[in-house]
Design a protein around this ligand. Structure first.
Ligand code: FMN
Length: 188
């Protein structure tokens, strides 16, 4: 199997991280890979906000919790009131992928970019996980203010997903991937 296919199969979600930070060189390569993703009509109406500041990440998590606490969803409310809840699993780096809110293509563009981020990270020996909660809460007023005023995300963009990046503790087991059956049809 060639290296690209091996890398695709090696990627997996990691939900526990050490404090070891991703180097600026590696982060730059990962962000460059993100910007090389395909986009509908080649509009590239996306923005990648990479955060390596622990205090800012804590503030982001607080805004997610604030929005969750104010929601009608019991599971979200529980997370919103939990002292230990951390949507990004204390990863040292988080890349927020946002895109133009009024475009029907942008969610797909951002998903393509996120997969590029995960695959580039895997190829560099960096662990990762898709983090959905900032996207789920980006329309909450306190979150919206934080995204635009603290992080500089354009006010007409919404968050479509985030990538936690970092390093799992040595020996962290990797769950064997169980593939759902009958998801592929080949017609020749
Ligand atoms: C659209 C999307 C949203 C996801 N959101 C989260 C999330 O918020 N938190 C999380 O831990 N994993 C999240 N995941 C990761 C999936 O749970 C994971 O990809 C799936 O269980 C398969 O495991 P694998 O990535 O190790 O192959 C998300 C994945 C996708 C594609």
């Amino acid at each position: 199997m060639n290296e690209v296919l091996q890398n695709i199969k090696a990627r997996h979600s990691t939900r526990v991280y050490t404090e070891k930070q991703v180097s600026v060189e590696d982060l730059s390569l990962i962000l460059e890979a993100a910007t090389h993703a395909p986009s509908g009509m080649n509009f590239q109406d996306w923005h990648f906000t990479a955060i390596q500041n622990a205090d800012l990440l804590r503030q982001l998590n607080d805004k997610v919790k604030e929005a969750f606490a104010a929601s009608d969803n019991p599971q979200w409310q529980e997370r919103g009131h939990s002292d230990s809840y951390c949507c990004y699993y204390h990863a040292p780096t988080l890349v927020i992928v946002s895109g133009k809110a009024d475009s029907s293509l942008t969610p797909f563009d951002c998903a393509c970019a996120l997969e590029n981020i995960f695959l580039a990270a895997t190829s560099l020996g960096i662990d990762s996980c898709w983090i959905n909660q900032p996207g789920q809460t980006c329309d909450h007023p306190a979150m919206r203010t934080f995204l635009t005023e603290e992080l500089g995300i354009p006010s007409d963009y919404r968050v479509f997903g985030c990538a936690a990046l970092g390093y799992a503790p040595a020996g962290t087991p990797v769950k064997e991937r169980k593939l759902k059956e009958y998801t592929v049809t080949m017609i020749r």
